[in-house]
Design a protein around this ligand. Structure first.
Ligand code: ATP
Ligand code: MG
Length: 215
C-alpha cells in the first residue's frame, strides 16, 4: 500500500470534503497535483484544518464564508507530507527483499462492528479488488481450494508508510465480507513482556478459530 497516487488523492479529498461548505474555486485536480507524498491521513487532516480555519474566522468576524482554494494552499504550505522520499526508498527495498525471499522459498482486544466500507477508501482500486477476491476465495470457497489442492494463504502483509489506509482496508474488508475483525496492537502483544507475548498471540488465534471465518 504505497503513497496515494494523484487519482487516489483526488478521491480522498472528495471523501473528506463531503458535506463541508466549499467555494466554487476549489479544484480537486489541482489539490491532488500539489500534494504528492501526502498520506490519506495528511489529506484528511488538511480538510479538517481548512474547515476549522473557516469556522474560527466566521466565529470571530461573524461574516459567513466557504472554504476556498487559498485556504487549502495556505495549509498545504504549512503542513509537510508525512511520507518522506527516504521512506519510499526503504519500502521499495523491503518489497524487493520480500519478493526475492518468496521466490526462493516458495486497539483493545475486541471485535469491531465495522462501519468503514471499501467505498470509503479513495484510490487503490487494484489492491482493494485483489484483497477482496483473495479473501473471498479463502474464507468462503476453501472446500474448492482443498479439492484443487491449492494450499491456503498463510496471511497477508500490508506494508507502507503510516496513514495510507492499511488498517482502514482491513476494517473495510471485514465489513464487506461480513466477517469479524480481530485486531492486536504491538502494545497489546508486548505489555506482559516477551513470555506474555507468545501467550497473547496464541490467544488471538484461538479466538479467531472460535469465530471463524474471521480476519
Ligand atoms: N485511501 C484513503 N481514503 C480515504 N481516507 C484515507 C485513506 N488513507 C488514509 N485515510 C485516512 O487516514 C486515516 C488513517 O489511516 P489508517 O489508520 O488506515 O492508516 P495505516 O496505513 O493503517 O497507518 P499506520 O501505518 O500508521 O498503521 C483513516 O482513518 C482515514 O481517515
Ligand atoms: Mg494501521
Amino acid at each position: 500500500v504505497g503513497a496515494p497516487d494523484k487519482q487516489a488523492r483526488k478521491q480522498i479529498f472528495q471523501i473528506h470534503c463531503k458535506g463541508k461548505p466549499l467555494a466554487d474555486d476549489v479544484d480537486f485536480d489541482r489539490l491532488a497535483d500539489i500534494t504528492e507524498r501526502y498520506s490519506g491521513a495528511d489529506l484528511a487532516n488538511l480538510c479538517q484544518e481548512a474547515a476549522r480555519k473557516v469556522a474560527a474566522e466566521v466565529l470571530e468576524k461573524g461574516a459567513d464564508r466557504k472554504i476556498t482554494m487559498d485556504d487549502f494552499i495556505e495549509l498545504i504550505k504549512k503542513y509537510k507530507p508525512s511520507i518522506t522520499l527516504q521512506m519510499i526508498e526503504d519500502y521499495e527495498k523491503f518489497r524487493l527483499d520480500f519478493e526475492r525471499r518468496v521466490r526462493k522459498g516458495e486497539e483493545e482486544n475486541e471485535y469491531f462492528e465495522e462501519k468503514i466500507s471499501l467505498d470509503d477508501i479513495g484510490g487503490y482500486e487494484q489492491i482493494k479488488t485483489e484483497l477482496k477476491e483473495l479473501l473471498e476465495l479463502q474464507l468462503f470457497h476453501y472446500k474448492l481450494l482443498e479439492k484443487l489442492k491449492i494450499p491456503p494463504i498463510r496471511g497477508i502483509l500490508l506494508y507502507g508508510p503510516p496513514g495510507v489506509g492499511k488498517t482502514m482496508m482491513a476494517k473495510a474488508l471485514a465489513k464487506t465480507l461480513k466477517v469479524k475483525l480481530i485486531s492486536l496492537s504491538g502494545a497489546e502483544i508486548m505489555y506482559k513482556g516477551y513470555e506474555g507475548a507468545i501467550a497473547a498471540i496464541k490467544e488471538v488465534f484461538n479466538r479467531a478459530r472460535e469465530n471463524k471465518p474471521s480476519i
